[in-house]
Ligand binder design. Structure first.
Ligand SMILES: [Zn+2]
Length: 495
């Protein structure tokens, strides 16, 4: 074989090796992603613990290569249940287990008629004509329910006017469930993600009460209605807040993909379920259009279209940097991570001694190191891409993930380091992620909302509960008030 042929073959093989290397790198990138170094959810990590990252382990060689293999191609469990077009709850023509008055209620309250409502004459000495009875059912001791009977007296005045004692607020029917039953049902369904049918079973099993799934659905719908004005209070509070975080996560409703949006601060949370993820949904949510405060987010491009003061989540940056450290052992990325963490550490220190922002000298010094590290990292990445381009003999190659990240951190330096110039600005968007995590839990437990209405109920009720909790209020007491439609929700600013 001639030298010429060998050289030619050699050149071809080089190109082939370079192509294969690139393909290999792409695949490795895909496989090495887990919830710790990318935006993949923890549920995608599988049952095995994710392999330790080189940032946190003493011995980087210790990482288990097989740990990720189990994550791939794991099929989702599938229900064999066929879906129907019926709404949740009682169906048409269904023989309901009707609540009936009992003969021996646990408590009896007599409601007296004292005077005529027309002529104000005292009726204390008058004989009562009859009593009208209404019964309220509540859970009692385990295994029992309790009934309170309200007996409203009826008396006829000498003026001929018929007087009936007033029932307490909320006691409106001959038989009904009380606020505790409603609050517990809404709590189980909305807060603990227990489906309607199993909430019904809960009451049946533990208290011998026959609360149907349809009744539970009604409790939830009514609570949602009662909270309409509270939602407006939350809306207004967030409109005026100085620093708010935003995030969004996918949710399934009516069989298609919806997005649950959250906007929040330390006192308030507002959830909003929309068919869209982007600008259209955010406009519909209504706050961002005229929001003038600081907006913390994870670089989702729709947020940038609003005229707020933008702040980028550094937890995301750290995670992305860690991904690059893990995959390529990039030392500059590792140093950048340390710089970000150290800066935040300093900020917290300065804050404890009453400062409002980082001292100028320290600030400048950190910025300088930030610039230098990123410039070096970017130059190295550009050189790598150029080398790859030559080896592949192409005009252009795809930007590496690291290049894109470094470039972004340079371009959005102000948004990334804003936490140093104002200590009311958080380092990351973890607050929003914390507030939206329950939606991910909901997705894992019940999978989806059967209807868009159900999703909207969830968003409003959880907005109220999350805000209540942030303001130090008891969740059950908050629900107890909500089911009874107390017009003044004891939230801040709602009085
Ligand atoms: Zn009278």
């Amino acid at each position: 074989m001639s030298t010429e042929t060998l050289l030619k073959e050699n050149a071809q093989l080089r190109i082939r090796v370079a192509c294969l290397e690139e393909r290999c790198r792409e695949l490795e990138e895909r496989v090495s992603k887990n919830s710790q170094n990318s935006s993949k959810p923890p549920s995608s990590d599988g049952y095995q613990k994710p392999c330790k990252s080189s940032d946190s382990t003493d011995n980087p060689a210790d990482t288990d290569e097989g740990a990720d293999a189990s994550n791939n191609d794991k099929p989702n469990p599938k229900s064999l249940r066929q879906s129907s077009d019926n709404k949740s709850g009682g169906q048409k023509g269904h023989q309901g287990t009707c609540l009936k008055q009992v003969d021996n209620p646990n408590y009896i309250e007599f409601l007296q008629v004292k005077e005529c409502h027309k002529c104000q004459v005292s009726l204390l000495d008058k004989e009562s004509v009859k009593y009208i009875e209404r019964q309220v059912f509540e859970p009692g001791k385990l295994g029992e329910f309790e009934v309170t009977a309200y007996k409203a007296e009826v008396k006829i005045c000498t003026c001929g006017c018929k007087n009936q004692a007033k029932f307490p607020e909320g006691v409106t029917a001959a038989v009904q469930y009380g606020p505790a039953t409603q609050a517990v049902a809404v709590y189980l369904n909305q807060y603990d993600f227990v489906p309607y049918k199993r909430v019904s079973e809960y009451f049946n099993t533990l208290y011998k009460m026959s609360v149907s799934a349809g009744t539970v659905a009604n409790f939830v719908a009514r609570t949602d209605e009662n909270l309409a004005s509270t939602e407006e209070v939350i809306h207004d509070a967030l409109q005026e807040t100085a620093v708010a975080g935003v995030d969004e996560t996918g949710m399934r409703a009516e069989g298609s993909l919806y997005w649950l949006h959250v906007m929040r601060d330390d006192q308030w949370t507002l959830y909003y379920l929309a068919e869209k993820r982007g600008r259209e949904a955010m406009d519909a949510m209504g706050i961002l259009l005229t929001f003038a405060g600081v907006l913390v987010h994870d670089h989702w491009k729709s947020y940038f279209s609003y005229a707020a003061v933008h702040v980028l989540c550094n937890a995301h940056h750290l995670r992305e940097l860690l991904g690059i450290v893990d995959r390529y052992g990039n030392q500059l990325a590792l140093r950048l991570m340390k710089l970000l963490r150290l800066s935040w550490h300093y900020c917290k220190g300065f804050k404890t001694i009453g400062m409002l922002q980082m001292p100028g000298v320290t600030h400048e010094r950190i910025e300088k190191i930030y610039d230098r590290l990123l410039q070096r990292a970017l130059t190295k990445e550009v050189a790598y891409m150029e080398k790859q381009r030559q080896e592949l003999g192409r005009k252009k190659v795809k930007n590496t993930k690291a290049y894109n990240l470094f470039k972004r951190l340079i371009e959005f330096k102000t948004e990334t380091l804003r936490f140093m110039s104002d200590f009311t600005i958080p380092f990351d968007n973890n607050g929003s992620e914390r507030d939206i995590r329950m939606a991910k839990l909901k997705r894992k437990i019940t999978g989806c909302f059967r209807s868009a209405d159900g999703g909207a109920f969830f968003a409003r009720i959880r907005s109220y509960l999350s805000s209540a909790r942030k303001q130090g209020m008891d969740i059950y007491q908050s629900l107890f008030r909500a089911v009874q439609n107390y017009s003044n929700m004891p939230l801040l600013g709602a009085e």
